[in-house]
Design a binder for this molecule. Sequence first.
Ligand code: NDP
Ligand code: MG
Length: 385
Amino acid sequence: MVRKRVALLGATGSIGINTLDVIARHPDRYDVVLLTAFNNVKLLTKQVRRFNPAKVALSKEHIQAMKASFGRKVSFFDVATDLPALVADKNIDIVVLAMSGSVALDPFLSAVQAGKLVAPANKEALVVAGEMIMSEARRCRARIIPVDSEQSAIFQSLEGHRREDLRCIHLTASGGPLLRLPRSRQGKLTVKDVLKHPRWKMGAKITVDSATLMNKGFEVIEAQRLFSLAQDQVKVVIHPQALVHSLVEYIDGSMIAQMSVTDMRIPIQYALTFPERLPTGLKGLDLAAIKQLTFEPPDVAKFPALALAFDVSRRGGTAPAVLNAADEVAVEAFLAGNLPFPGIYKIVERTVLLHKSIGNPSLSDIKEADSWARETAAGFLRKGK
Ligand code: NDP
Ligand code: MG
């Protein structure tokens, strides 16, 4: 069996930890050659001891301290600047993108241009520059196998079927922690309330995005880009049990779904082992015990972020980059206690409405739109609007 060399970007986060758990189950198949984090030196140190990567990247200020513990056995790099060069290394086969935020864009593009197999959990980069990433992947013959559970479900449900037979896809959404809370009570929500996701244990940013349904909006854009779908081919349905991870509908009316326990190790492992399937140690679903699965339409009056994302997706160009950047700023402010929960949507909407989208953008157009949106959203925050 040929061993695969894996670079894991964002090793210390929720997806990163699950990815290392999957890799640890298959020591005969994978070598970890690069691990990256931002500030979590304690966990990163443990992971480096356990998985022995030759290279490690993290925030510059922590490099000296880590060097002191590892001597010359490990080379250390600055995560803010060195990732694009590191992921293009010829000694890497698979790049798992488990870091959060649109900072994943440059390493994503670089990995694709180097022809790697890229397994993105990160969705921000695909929202911001999905068309460019996919066209570079085609040009450079890079394979992209999604880790995000809904996109993995679509990927799996498309396998073995003819593309021309596809009618549309249905992305499922658990509805997050606020599904049954009246909108009038959203103003009183604390950070703790919003971080209590009923189904998934995830990083703070994506958990807040799940509560506003912005996460589902991002996934609509992500799916359109990943699978080259038209606007009206992506639908969203609320499915509170989060066991049907998404569905593909074909022209004869058949629907193919992927179902499993709510555990990210399944899509993570599939992206690593595709087209093979290996045991995960996880059980299948006990359907008789579950008894019922329910589906309902999303309430866009209560969760306007979803409608905004559909609108942004139609506008295309630099609009998705602005949606993402404004959301990153607003969610960070909410998490820091500087913005009430309903303020997240208000800031994002105001920023998006002010933006004049540039069609068919270059990378620098996208980056300019991103910076403009961050400044504009921060300006609204300062004015308390
Ligand atoms: P976490 O917040 O748990 O982890 C984020 C990781 O990225 C950490 O390793 C963190 O390092 C690192 N990081 C944060 N900021 C930077 C930066 N500026 N530069 C470099 N590295 C950075 O996030 P999740 O694991 O929950 O999510 C990761 C990505 O996967 C997101 O894009 C999310 O949308 C997506 N995703 C997550 C799912 C989940 O189940 N968690 C499901 C589907 C998609 P440090 O720990 O040192 O701060
Ligand atoms: Mg998802």
